[in-house]
Design a protein around this ligand. Structure first.
Ligand code: SAM
Ligand code: SF4
Length: 317
């Protein structure tokens, strides 16, 4: 379905939980979040109904996210049911990777076609400091398990943080020389509930191109990332600039939070409730959310943080 600005809405990001086994400084408060009552959260059946409603309105791609989707006990069943919804052509999942090794094969068998794994550094001490809980070894084992399970395109997502990992741009990018994966750099967004970062942390993604002068531009794959490739590489380098450049004009997404709130824009406060509705009720709310999808969100900067009203783990990044 098209929104009122002619954008064709084809993608739903479905958050299956707000909970996470990590506490990344840019995403979640250190103390975590209050675990909410079961009755407040979408049930497995409601998630599948929402996928059916989305498909009825022309959504063809669903990305499962969170919080950390792999802490959800019934994640395989959720994926299996959503993959089977007629009209859903692509089922993808975003994870921190640390819980992936025992699940990678089963996720693939359940119908997940593509996996994105978040990895901001290759240095174990930095990984522990940024995630406050995780180990680099666990995340790396997760990446290896995704490659071994044969997902069609494994993408690593690194949040670019000045003074933290800008000295690792080349090391991260050169993973594409050794492994069949894409490495994408995303600008740090000033989100709700994140730790305070110094101004130099908000580094424009241009820094990636400056660090990799030999990177060759590649044709777009239709996504939000600008693509480049190192000579001889097996995968692409992606640059995602949510802060320095607005891509609202081509945004094709809706987000559904784990407590059943449909967000037509990541950085705007509007939410449409789906919790407790039947399929027809969900279709009506989804139609309304698409019709009222804001043209754009307010420009982001450290002085003007996101107006989402929720931390990233409670939205679904
Ligand atoms: N737990 C999973 C993970 O970490 O991949 C999925 C949920 S996480 C909220 C989704 C993505 O949002 C991750 O790639 C994470 O790096 C990104 N993210 C969270 N907070 C961010 C921020 N302030 N700026 C940029 N990206 C952010
Ligand atoms: Fe958890 Fe992902 Fe947020 Fe890190 S970015 S705290 S792994 S939800």
């Amino acid at each position: 379905m098209q929104d009122s600005y002619g954008r064709n809405i084809t993608c739903l990001r479905l958050s299956v939980t707000e909970l996470c086994n990590l506490r990344c400084r840019y995403c979640m408060p250190e103390e975590g979040i209050c675990k909410r009552r079961h009755e407040e959260m979408l049930t497995q059946e409601e998630m599948v109904l929402a996928a059916e409603a989305a498909a009825a309105l022309g959504i063809t791609k669903i990305r499962i996210t969170g919080g950390e989707p792999l802490v959800k006990k019934n994640i395989l069943v959720i994926c299996e049911h959503i993959a089977a919804v007629p009209g859903i052509q692509e089922l993808c999942l975003t994870t921190n990777g640390t819980l992936l090794p025992p699940l990678a094969q089963s996720l693939r068998a359940s119908g997940v076609q593509r996996i994105n794994i978040s990895l901001d550094t290759l240095q174990p001490e930095k990984y522990a400091a940024l995630t406050r809980k995780g180990t680099f070894q666990e995340a790396w084992a997760g990446i290896q398990s995704a490659l071994e399970a044969g997902f069609s395109k494994v993408k690593l997502n690194a949040v670019l943080i000045g003074g933290y990992n800008d000295d690792e741009i080349r090391d991260l990018a050169e993973l594409t020389l050794r492994y069949p994966l894409d490495v994408r750099f995303i600008e740090l967004m000033p989100t709700v509930g994140a730790a305070a970062f110094p101004p130099e942390a908000y580094l424009p993604a241009e820094a990636v191109l400056q660090a990799l002068p030999e990177a060759v531009p590649q044709p777009t794959d239709g996504g939000v990332a600008e693509l480049y490739r190192l000579p001889g590489a097996m995968g692409n380098i992606g640059i995602i600039r949510p802060v320095s450049v607005s891509f609202c004009g081509s945004c094709n997404r809706l987000r559904l939070t784990a407590d059943g709130k449909l967000k037509p824009c990541l950085h705007s406060p509007e939410e449409y409730n789906l919790k407790g509705l039947d399929r027809e009720g969900m279709i009506a709310q989804m139609r309304l959310a698409i019709q009222n999808k804001p043209r754009q969100h307010a420009p982001l900067s450290q002085a003007a943080p996101s107006q989402a009203g929720r931390s990233m783990n409670r939205i679904g990044g």
